[in-house]
Design a protein around this ligand. Structure first.
Ligand code: FE2
Ligand code: FE2
Length: 163
């Protein structure tokens, strides 16, 4: 997902967003550096990058705890946020980047952005499918509950009638 969160309300929220982005980038960058080090046969360097990358994830989670408080989050809300982020990526961000890469003649970047557009669209669709299934599940559950409540009410009123 993209790093978009709730509307920016304060400089601290903005700073948390930047810090979250920085820690997240450090995590991925260190994983990448670890891979390079391992390929070069330098296991010690690979190991320190991997250990540190794991810690950066915890730092990023710390920022997310404040940006997306657990009390405000449900699985459905998380899916909505993810769909929002992925949709922004494939409808706005990557198309704009792609356009500018074409203007600069950066053909590798154009090809990579094309792949990312397809990936982000796929992610948004997969999230939406899960969200829709969950909505149907909830609707079905609500119907079952309603049937139970109706049976219960019917049984109660019958009892009342025989008294
Ligand atoms: Fe950190
Ligand atoms: Fe994605």
């Amino acid at each position: 997902m993209s790093t978009q969160a709730a509307p920016i309300q304060s400089v601290t929220i903005q700073n948390l967003e930047s810090a979250f982005a920085g820690e997240s980038m450090a995590h991925i960058k260190y994983r990448y550096f670890a891979r390079i080090a391992r390929e070069a046969g330098d296991e010690a360097t690979a190991a320190i990058f991997e250990t540190t990358a794991d810690q950066e994830v915890q730092h990023a989670f710390g920022h997310l705890d404040l940006l997306y408080p657990k009390a405000n989050l449900t699985p459905a809300r998380a899916l909505e946020l993810a769909i929002e982020g992925e949709t922004y990526e494939y409808t706005e961000m990557y198309p704009k980047f792609r356009h500018l890469a074409i203007e600069e003649g950066q053909s590798s970047a154009v090809a990579e952005f094309d792949e990312q557009i397809a990936e982000s669209r796929g992610h948004a669709e997969a999230f939406r499918a899960v969200l829709e299934k969950a909505a149907k599940r909830f609707a079905a559950l609500a119907k079952v509950e309603e049937r139970h409540a109706n049976h219960y009410r019917a049984a109660l009123s019958q009892k009342g009638a025989t008294r």
